[in-house]
Write a protein that binds this ligand. Structure first.
Ligand code: MG
Length: 423
């Protein structure tokens, strides 16, 4: 039978006004949550998430633990949607639990965000979880080095957190509990202030998990204490006779890490300011930056939406422009009948312009057509407009011939128009 002992400590730090971290230590379930959101909303989010996690973790199993994280996420989302003061709150969540795996004990680990689980085995510290942060993603993609990540101006931007969306991607691991192993759950207020060699030294030096937790917090505050600091230490006292031959990462027997599809290539974010929501916690995070959530899903949806709008707008503008410049009508310019390019009265911002003046006077237009010409007779093409004018000229010539019994005029219909433009 596997036996564990544990201790924990959490502290506001030396800069923040409130502690938005929360820790959970029950028999077999341990977690750290680092809340974000102004006006104590982060505190509500982290505590709400851990309460919901504990409530939902009824059976000791990895899938149950993952489902409990999803339930905790919904609890934060629902609460944020019903209380305007809490809108936009979120939290990280990193947890481990003793579970049953095919009849034997195992340690299940889940993570969302940038709180971490470390394993100290044979005196060596191993980081088990992967951060869901912008710099961690850039580092995994080989775009920046660990040193660059440590001083990156956007290192406080998360790519995943609870409370952001109704669905959440949860990384999970299953590990073999081995006697002598020591697990450390912690928020970023620890590892951003204290380097891992000093964390490992403190974990090796102090056997009591509560004392070790308090020492880690003291070290973080000694460094600067710019953020809330939380530690949960879990020691494996008995491992049910497991083989201790392997250590460190080889404790991991399974690892499921669903990839954020939008983050497969976050491209220009390395150099340009990343799109972030205004999820700002109280006070400054280590490095002077504010804690933010990289709202990649929202961003890509917004980009797609705006892109669609742009395409639609371009289509409308193109359609109006084409209609306003590729149609013609026969109208009048003072006493003169002319052919306009455009629509009678204009179309939105496109005013009609004179494409051609004709030899025809409005007074010479047959009476039946005069009103129509005054209002503007639309024709699909310039050629059709010319034909219309020619017909008017023909009608005028016939009327003149009939009523005056005079010989035909000298002007042939084919010479009825002359080209010009105006405006
Ligand atoms: Mg923090």
């Amino acid at each position: 039978m596997t036996r564990l002992s544990w201790g924990s400590a959490t502290h506001t730090g030396r800069v923040r006004q409130a502690n938005e971290d929360a820790v959970l230590t029950t028999d077999g379930l341990f977690a750290v949550a680092d809340g974000m959101g102004g006006h104590q909303a982060g505190e509500v989010a982290s505590h709400l998430a851990l309460d919901a996690l504990a409530d939902a973790f009824e059976q000791p199993g990895t899938e149950v633990l993952v489902a409990a994280v999803e339930r905790a996420n919904l609890a934060v989302v629902e609460r944020a949607s019903t209380d305007p003061d809490l809108a936009g709150m979120g939290t990280t969540l990193c947890a481990m639990a003793l579970v049953d795996l095919d009849g034997r004990d195992a340690i299940a680990v889940v993570n969302v965000g940038d709180s971490r689980l470390y394993l100290l085995s044979d005196g060596v510290l191993h980081q088990i979880t992967e951060d869901h942060s912008l710099v961690a993603t850039l580092q995994r993609q080989g775009r920046i080095t660990a040193d660059e990540a440590a001083v990156h101006p956007q290192r406080n931007i998360l790519t995943r957190a609870l409370g952001i969306d109704a669905t959440v991607l949860v990384d999970s691991w299953e590990m073999v509990p081995v006697v002598g192993d020591r697990y450390l759950l912690c928020s970023d207020g620890l590892f951003n202030e204290v380097d891992e060699s000093r964390i490992a030294a403190a974990l090796r030096r102090l056997a009591d998990p509560t004392e070790a937790s308090q020492e880690l917090i003291r070290l973080a505050n000694e460094a600067a204490g710019r953020d809330n600091i939380s530690c949960v230490i879990v020691d494996v006292l008995d491992d049910d006779g497991r083989d201790p031959a392997t250590a460190g990462d080889s404790r991991i027997t399974s690892h499921r890490a669903p990839a954020d599809p939008e983050l497969l290539d976050i491209g220009a974010a390395a150099g340009a300011p990343a799109p972030v929501s205004a999820r700002v916690s109280s006070g400054s995070a280590p490095g002077g930056g504010h804690r933010s959530m990289f709202t990649s899903v929202l961003t890509w949806r917004v980009i797609l939406f705006l892109g669609s709008l742009l395409v639609l707008a371009a289509f409308v503008v193109g359609f109006v422009w084409w209609t306003g410049t590729h149609t013609y009508y026969v109208g009048v310019d003072g006493p003169q009948v002319v052919i306009y390019q455009g629509k009678p009265g204009g179309l939105l911002w496109i005013d009609p312009k004179v494409a051609e003046t004709t030899e025809l006077q409005l007074a010479d237009v047959p009476a039946a057509s005069r009103a129509a010409v005054s209002a503007g007779v639309e024709e699909p093409t310039l050629s059709a407009a010319r034909t219309y004018v020619r017909n008017l000229l023909d009608q005028h010539d016939q009327q003149t011939t009939t009523t005056a019994s005079a010989p035909p005029g000298p002007a042939g219909p084919s010479a009825s128009t002359t080209s010009t433009t105006r405006g």
